[in-house]
Every structure is written in C-alpha cells, then in structure tokens.
Unconditional design. Structure first.
Length: 228
C-alpha cells in the first residue's frame, strides 16, 4: 500500500472516494504485488479468532484492511486491460507489394480522352505511369525526356476521363482506367502524393515496378533497355 507524502496527506493518484487520511495510494501493475499484504491479513484474522470477544478490539481494523485490499485488487483488474492495450503493436508502415518483374502485363483496354478503347498491350514497349495518386508533372516530364525512341510513355488516371496529353509527341499517350484493372494488377492502392510506374518490354513482360516514381537516375538504364 502507498505511503503519505512528506506532509502526511499525499494525493491518492486520482482515485476517487478514498479517505484523505489513507495518504498516497499506489496501485501496482501486477496483482501479485499485494500477496504480502494478503498473507499478513490472513495471519491477523487467524490470530483474532483465538482472542476473547473482550479483546477483539482489532477486528474492525482487520475488516477495514480487508476492504482496502479488495478495493485495490478491483482497481488492478480495471486498469490491467489499459496496460494491455498500450502494448498493442502499431500498424506497420506501407511496404510495396511483392515484385511483379517477370510477369506478363494483362490484356487491359483503357480509354482515351474521346472514350475510345485503347489496348494497353498495343503500346508496348512502354513506361506506364499511374497518376491517380499524384499528377507529379515534374516526374512525368523527366520520364518523357529520358524515354528512348520507340518506347511509349503512357500516363494513366483513375476514373472515366483521361486528361490531355502532357505533350504532342506521338509516343506519349494519356489514358484513363475506369475499371481500375491496372491498379488491381499492381495490388496496391493509390497513395496521395505518389505516382507509381512500371516498365514493360515489347513481349509484354514487366521488367521493373517503381512503387514511388523517383528521380530518373533510379530507372534510366532499365528504361533505355526497353528501346534496344
């Protein structure tokens, strides 16, 4: 049990309903910490049973001690789940899905600005950039500059409307994916502020997945290889 502070009337750690003369009461995290007090009370009760009634003046005090012990045990039981909840692991941060490199790009039909269907595999080899999480114009511009001749750069937006192409170069296509088939193939949700890209060779095989499209130097060699 807790002890009063230096002035003899310490706080009760926010436990309501306890007399101030009890002083500061500390509730242990483990109920087994009360085992010594419980054993002492049992000894006192056994000793009191052998006393005449005229000498049993300590019985009310023993009853009070039993009540205090019961109260503290109940408080430990109430606060124990809170301690357990604080030990729950926090959700793990986002991690990219298992690599798709080596898998075949599915035969998906996307739509252009006029709502005409466009077979995605008909644009290969290509760098495909998903912009439903971020337009990221600087990243797209870098990819356009680095793409070799003969390699398409395809920007894909979510929803039913494809934005205007970022440039008039014929190798650039701006498409929409109303059915979400490409995002489903990647197996990861769109994230705000992040553009995702994948490189696909002319045979339709994914060669590289960029969960977060970064500087062009991180994928320049693979992009150049698509035009070989």
């Amino acid at each position: 049990m807790g002890k009063p502070d230096a002035e003899g009337h310490g706080p009760t750690d926010g436990l309501p309903g306890l007399p101030p003369e009890w002083g500061r009461v500390v509730v242990p995290d483990d109920a087994s910490a009360l085992a010594a007090e419980a054993a002492q009370i049992r000894r006192e009760l056994r000793r009191a049973e052998g006393l005449p009634r005229s000498r049993g003046l300590g019985l009310p005090l023993l009853v009070l001690l039993v009540a205090v012990l019961t109260t503290l045990t109940g408080l430990v039981a109430v606060t124990w789940p809170r301690a357990s909840r604080s030990d729950r692991p926090t959700p793990a941060p986002y991690s990219p899905p298992a690599t798709l490199a080596g898998r075949a790009l599915p035969a998906l039909d996307l739509v252009d600005a006029g709502q005409a269907p466009v077979p995605l595999r008909g644009l290969l080899p290509a760098m495909i950039i998903l912009l439903d999480g971020c337009p990221c114009p600087d990243r797209v511009a870098d990819a356009l500059t680095a793409a070799p001749a003969g390699v398409s750069v395809v920007t894909v937006s979510g929803g039913r409307t494809a934005p205007a192409p970022p440039t008039n170069r014929p190798q650039v296509r701006a498409l929409a994916d109303p059915a979400g088939g490409l995002r489903s193939f990647l197996g990861q949700p769109a994230r705000p502020g992040v553009a995702t890209a994948l490189l696909v060779d002319r045979a339709g095989t994914v060669t590289l997945v960029l969960p977060d499209l970064g500087p062009v130097d991180t994928y320049r060699d693979e992009l150049t290889a698509l035009g070989a």
